[in-house]
Design a protein around this ligand. Structure first.
Ligand code: NAD
Length: 523
């Protein structure tokens, strides 16, 4: 297999659930998944299932908080260390497998995910509270990561030719690094887990996967896909457990070569610090790929072409998946000349959003992920009420889950906490900009720098936003969520992380080391 013999990469399409056939497939998958709820899952080291400590990790449906989704192990310290040791022992074998064969397994994983698309959607609806369309987009992105990274690996398998010195044969080859610790978040429970895992595996590394404690069942289901796709059981270890306990241990282990993390700024910075401390017996500088939080702004300029389109974009970016996307719009910056008119447009749009259990496809908004998130978000809403003017929402919503109303707080100052701190829930802070200069200044007044968007029809302002808006992913005249693999390589500046550009042509390099070989031609 080589890259030129493959059809070009195309993104997986989303199904329309208004079409009876697709709706029926989702309903059947939900019924199938429901029949499996509450099962106990084992952790896996070298393919062998094991129980963890006596304490179990329980995952509940955030839309119906009494419903147990899955019961998982909490790995012990001994198991965590053994998982890293085992992955280390198998690394030379896996790294020696030709890139073409590793990529072939990834194409197979994509095909399996395609076949099980509705089922994975259903697990996400029930375990993470995603609505049907958000779940469909998540599964599609997971498929895209497999299809895209497999192609990228084939590209690195035939590197660009080097300058050849007279009398020498020069070559550059790419090798895996070693054991990678994979620590994903819960908010793209399939796509990010899959992307981080397969990028490390296809480049020849072995991995220890510590799934998010909020969505471990989806992760356990993905382990089935890796097995079926033919990844050797020794190449990946499944190690659920407490982030603080198991996480610290595997990050600090001297045989860990790199850590691929996506999550909050606080945990990411701690990992960077732990990884920087050399352990006895450690032979390398650990690499950390850390994608962290966001406090993403949309700027609506006085010369925006269509204020209704801008308002719809803001609402979708702020409240899609309850604002629990790293790319979600949580700061809205509106030019003073259209401020009142624009804020007035947002209120009815937010109030028209349907909310309730994610399983019901008529609900646009579901719950926030858990009790802790609910408390944090409600606390920020109270802070916001004291900092600005409540436009709509501002309270918990009715229902058997962690439902919070879409909340808009206007007249916020840039120094206010709800303008600066990541809330990770359905809360939008709105600020008035005196003019375009001020709007750019406000947009960049953040410790983060992940996504941003600007609505304007003025080419000079667009050019200025391109140059000045300091974010890893800038969108013009469209919303700031919804990055597509291959089209919008994803990753942020500043405290949003190491700007790894997931889903982009450079991403795999972070999991590879290049070896340059020069051979003197004899005779
Ligand atoms: P989190 O930081 O709480 O947890 C992320 C992962 O780290 C989880 O698997 C968790 O169990 C683990 N963890 C917790 N403590 C640990 C420790 N001491 N050592 C090792 N691992 C530990 O984040 P979350 O709540 O799962 O996800 C939400 C956050 O992720 C938000 O800040 C969001 O912006 C961010 N995020 C960023 C991106 C991006 O691409 N930049 C994408 C998605 C989410």
């Amino acid at each position: 297999m080589n890259l030129s013999s493959l059809p070009p990469f195309v993104n997986e399409t989303y199904r329309d659930f208004l079409i009876p056939e697709h709706k029926a497939a989702m309903l059947a998958a939900l019924a199938q998944v429901r029949a499996e709820l509450g099962r106990e899952y084992d952790l896996q080291i070298a393919g062998h299932p094991e129980k963890g400590g006596p304490d179990k990790l329980l995952s509940y449906n955030p839309s119906l908080t009494t419903e147990l989704i899955g019961m998982h192990q909490k790995a012990t310290a001994e198991q965590a260390a053994r998982a890293v040791e085992q992955a280390h022992a198998y690394f030379p074998t896996w790294n020696a497998v030709p890139a073409e064969l590793r990529a072939a397994r990834l194409f197979r994983a994509a095909a399996i995910l395609k076949r099980r698309k509705s089922e994975f959607n259903a697990w996400m609806v029930l375990e993470s509270g995603k609505n049907w369309l958000e779940a469909e987009a998540d599964t599609a992105e997971a498929i895209d990561f497999c299809d895209y990274y497999a192609r990228q690996m084939l590209r690195y398998a035939t590197p660009e030719p080097l300058v050849q010195m007279p009398g020498e044969h020069g070559q550059l080859t790419y090798l895996g690094l070693g054991v990678g610790v994979i620590i994903p978040p819960w908010n793209f429970p399939l796509a990010i887990l899959v992307g981080m895992t397969v990028a490390a595996l296809v480049t020849g590394n072995t991995v220890v996967i510590k799934p998010s404690s909020e969505t471990p069942t989806i992760a356990a289901k993905f382990m089935e896909v890796l097995h079926e796709a033919g990844f050797p059981p020794e190449s990946f270890q499944f190690l659920p457990g407490s982030g603080a306990e198991v996480g610290d241990l595997i990050v600090s282990h001297p045989k860990t070569r790199f850590i691929s993390f996506t999550g909050s700024k606080e945990v990411g910075l701690r990992i960077v610090e732990l990884a920087a401390k050399t352990q006895p017996g450690q032979r390398w500088i650990k690499r950390v790929v850390a994608e962290m939080g966001g406090k993403d702004a949309i700027v609506v300029d006085s010369q925006a072409a269509d204020l209704d389109a801008a308002a719809s974009g803001v609402i979708a970016a702020a409240f899609g998946f309850q604002g629990q996307k790293c790319s979600a719009c949580s700061r809205l910056i509106v030019d003073a000349t259209i401020y009142d008119e624009f804020v007035a447009k947002l209120k009815p749009l937010a109030e028209a959003l349907t909310q309730g259990p994610a399983e019901d496809p008529s609900n646009y908004m579901g719950p926030v992920i858990g009790a802790k998130a609910e408390k944090t978000v409600l606390n920020y809403i109270e802070i916001g009420k004291s900092e600005g003017r409540l436009i709509t929402g501002g309270a918990k919503a009715q229902g058997p889950g962690h439902f919070i109303q879409p909340t808009i707080i206007a007249d916020v100052e840039s120094t206010d906490r709800i303008f600066q701190e990541e809330i990770f829930g359905p809360v939008l802070a709105v600020t008035k900009a005196r003019d375009f200069d001020h709007a750019m200044q406000l947009a960049n007044d953040s410790a983060y720098g992940l996504t941003g968007a600007m609505y304007s029809a003025n080419p000079e302002k667009i050019a200025r936003a391109r140059a000045e808006f300091f974010v890893g992913n800038l969108y013009i005249n469209r919303k700031c969520t919804g990055a597509m693999v291959g089209a919008h390589p994803f990753g942020g500046f500043n405290m949003s992380g190491t700007d790894s550009k997931a889903g982009g042509p450079d991403y795999l390099l972070q999991f590879l080391q290049a070896k340059s070989i020069a051979e003197k031609i004899i005779g």
